[in-house]
Ligand binder design. Structure first.
Ligand code: OAD
Length: 230
């Protein structure tokens, strides 16, 4: 059977591209209340505030460039003899622009979602609460982002990949948000080697067989070279 590597990425992989993480001292959750901007209730209470928040994040992501870590993972995906499945919690598109194929379990800034009929379309640069759905015409346009209390995307597909993987790698994620934080346990239960690549050890480091600490732009290309035997 061919080797399968499952990679989970978080905000840390995009940090050196200039995109703020969530839980750093200067992170997004220092300046914004989660319940205001990342819950369905917050959106219902103040859609303008929530659209403004994601419009600003979309603009920031569009200005950012993929870094050496994104590009190294794309190289791994194209050159590794087995399968490389990348699932990201990030809502930017830097993995794709770096050349990788990924699934966005927490949604994507470049996608719009109709809360009335679930139709998706390419997000405009600036979204407003008065925008109407191209399918049903309802003014119920929301960012296609998975908020707290909502079910992340691709969970069945991810579970299938975790069951069969030989290596599980978490990159740039604090391991504080479930269900993503539980993927390492699922992979371990199936006998996978587990590796954490992060700026610093996290609270869940004991779950990993191996830790690689340091900046993603250095550690990830070095690890990819190791895997590819370069
Ligand atoms: P966090 O902000 O919780 O964690 C980012 C991790 O990246 C931390 O452990 C940092 O140490 C690490 N880090 C920072 N800079 C790094 C670098 N240059 N190289 C390597 N690692 C670095 O972000 P996530 O774990 O992605 O969800 O957060 C998970 C989810 O919580 C997000 O998807 C978001 C948030 O609430 C939703 O909004 C639904």
């Amino acid at each position: 059977m061919q080797d399968t590597i499952v990679i989970l990425t978080g905000a840390g992989i995009s940090a050196e591209s200039g995109i703020a993480t969530f839980r750093a001292s200067d992170g997004l959750w220092e300046n914004h209340r989660i319940e205001d901007v990342a819950t369905p209730e917050g959106f219902a209470a103040n859609p303008d505030l929530v659209h403004d928040f994601y419009n600003a994040r979309r603009a920031k992501a569009q200005d950012a460039q993929p870094n050496a870590a994104h590009i190294a993972l794309a190289r791994l995906q194209s050159e590794f003899a087995g399968d490389v499945y990348i699932v990201t919690q990030n809502v930017d598109d830097l993995h794709e622009r770096g050349g990788a194929k990924v699934v966005h379990m927490h949604g994507a800034l470049n996608s719009a979602l109709c809360a009335a009929c679930q139709t998706r379309w390419d997000a405009p640069n600036v979204m407003h609460k008065t925008d109407t759905c191209p399918n049903c015409g309802t003014a119920a346009t929301r960012p296609d982002i998975v908020w707290f209390g909502e079910m992340p995307y691709f969970m069945d597909e991810i579970a299938d990949r975790l069951v069969g993987c030989t290596t599980f790698v978490a990159i740039g994620t604090s391991g504080q948000v479930y269900p993503a934080a539980g993927f390492v346990q699922e992979a371990r239960n199936c006998g996978a080697e587990t590796i954490e690549i992060n700026l610093e050890p996290t609270g869940s480091q004991y779950m990993f067989d191996r830790q690689i600490t340091g900046k993603a732009t250095q550690t990830v290309p070095a690890w990819v070279d190791e895997v590819l035997g370069a």
